[in-house]
Write a protein that binds this ligand. Sequence first.
Ligand SMILES: [Mg+2]
Length: 280
Amino acid sequence: MGKLSDYKKKKDFLVCVDSDGCAMDTMDIKHIRCFGPCMVKEWRLEEWKEEILTRWNEINLYTMTRGINRFKALSMILKEISEKYISIEDLDILTEWVENSKELSNDALQKAIDERESICLKKALSWSKAVNSSINKLPEEEKLPFEGVKEALAYAHKTADVAIVSSANLDAVMEEWERFGLIPYTDIVLAQDSGSKAFCIGELLKAGYEKNHVIMCGDAPGDLDAAKKNGVFYYPILVKKEKESWEEFMEEGFSHLKDGTYKGEYQEKKIGEFLKNLGG
Ligand SMILES: [Mg+2]
């Protein structure tokens, strides 16, 4: 699998595919079993557990904030919890960090803690680490590709180059795609370490594709933005309708790309369905 800097186009079309929640059915399980429950435990919110978990899943999976950074989601929901159920100690300091930090990661949070004593920052880091370890313990057999992904990618790969464009960890993406035999239908794997999705698509375009020959398949508003920033098409994999979305891509979406009829009516219809599905 080559690097972005020496990537060469082999075909005239390019299909970019996000991994988590688009090709891989991994978003629901991570949020439902790891992110939400770890938060309830860290802040001892058992009394309001059901309502809080439902709200966590709405924010991270089923509305326009789908795919949001974990710390942004945390600060958002803790604010709601503080207003509705119980005061969250030191929340202002976390909110301020989320709004102002250049990087929102465990490392960046550790640096903030080193500079400033704060119970809420410490709890946020402890939660984030607990989430990672709980995700690592999820059984492999429960992290599967969506139905129809392999068929759709194999079909597209006959006439298009296929690039994985993901913001997840490279090793995790490679491991999952290899385990399910999807790597043979891809030409390059771009993950967290390659840069933002918008940047990656921009770099791929430099290989010489026409913009109206390039499509981004994604499941979150960030994927749509990355496509728009580069002036390429967007194909949504709709949450809770993933199998149908991949079937339609194979039966209809990809043909529109190839015969030059993606632009206009079909593209607008697909974006409309995507926004409506997330209540946007
Ligand atoms: Mg995704």
